[in-house]
Design a protein. Structure first.
Length: 322
């Protein structure tokens, strides 16, 4: 008898069919089958799904052809009913993270400076709200969080992602250049996390996620301010984690490796640099932005409830190998 995992399909004549299957694991997995065509044969014992991934993969290959699968989240990863603010989420990694949180059930607040992109992406995600403010402007940040409190009443998840990464040799970096990078990549993260905590502490719960970089763990020429800010961010994560844990709030960081974004566009187009990535990273490739969404959902969910003050590296193994 199939039990445990609910497999829901629609066959000929739009009749719903549901079979269940108990995988050879203790975790309860929930998945929904979606059919690309109208025809669909009933499941049979010979076509049992094979568990290949606890969260997102369930393969079923019936004799009549393959069927596409849309995963339904495990309860511990389910973010239904939670409200998340993702800064710098009109494009790039921030948008990929916002899409992942929304797919897990969260109501997402998009943030950015490009009004048109915010409107487009907000409509696509059915966002709870869109916010435009400069993360380095204290007044703009206060106004943004004031609007969240007044209009939405709470905040469950903050993903601090907005930042800049100017590349300039050390001897050409001015004091103003240095300060601008620290303001955007460290001070702004502190400011937004503090304002998020003001809303989370009365709730007795919350998730704060800082998007850092492997440049906070390793050094690279021509980005002295960026590397310094990201290394400092790891200290901020640990300090805030220690203070906020008794209040039910976790604070962790994601440290991505090389992902194609606007900030890395020139590097991504550089054949020599791509050859270096292929030789340096065990996975021999760049990351895809959606590959950061899963770790973000993990840190935002109950699956990481006993994890705080940590830096989760997502880099294809680059920092793990010589």
């Amino acid at each position: 008898m199939w039990k445990g995992v609910e497999l829901c399909g629609r066959g000929a004549g739009s009749r719903s069919r549901t079979r269940t299957y108990d995988p050879a694991v203790n975790s309860r997995l929930l998945y929904r089958l979606s059919y690309p065509g109208s025809a669909g044969a009933p499941y049979s014992e010979g076509h049992r799904p094979t568990q290949t991934n606890l969260v997102t993969a369930l393969q079923l290959t019936p004799a009549e052809g393959s069927r596409s699968l849309a995963p339904v989240m495990l309860p511990m990863f389910d973010l239904t009913g939670r409200l998340a603010l993702v800064t710098g989420s009109s494009r790039g990694l921030g948008l990929a993270i916002a899409q992942g949180l929304a797919a897990a059930g969260a109501r997402v607040i998009l943030h950015g400076r490009d009004e048109e992109r915010l409107r487009e992406q907000g409509a696509a995600l059915s966002a709870a709200a869109t916010l435009r403010f400069d993360v380095t402007d204290p007044g703009g940040v206060r106004a943004g969080f004031g609007r969240i409190e007044a209009e939405l009443g709470r905040l469950d998840i903050l993903v601090n992602n907005a930042g800049v990464i100017p590349r300039r040799p050390l001897l050409e970096t001015t004091d103003e250049d240095w300060q601008a990078v620290i303001d955007s990549n460290l001070t702004a993260y502190f400011r937004l996390a503090r304002e998020a905590a003001r809303l989370m502490v009365p709730q007795g719960s919350g998730r704060i996620i800082m998007v850092s970089s492997i440049m906070g763990l390793l050094g690279r020429a021509n980005i002295p301010g960026y590397s310094t800010a990201k290394a400092g961010l790891h200290g901020l994560v640990r300090s805030m984690a220690a203070e906020l844990a008794p209040k039910g709030i976790t604070v962790n960081a994601l440290a991505p490796g090389y992902f194609p974004t606007d900030a890395t566009d020139l590097l991504h187009k550089d054949a020599k640099f791509n050859a270096w990535i292929a030789s340096r990273a065990p996975m021999a490739r760049w990351g895809n932005p959606p590959e950061l969404a899963g770790p973000a959902v993990f840190l935002a969910s109950d699956a990481s409830s006993y994890m705080t003050g940590q830096v989760l590296v997502v880099d294809g193994g680059l920092t793990a190998a010589l």
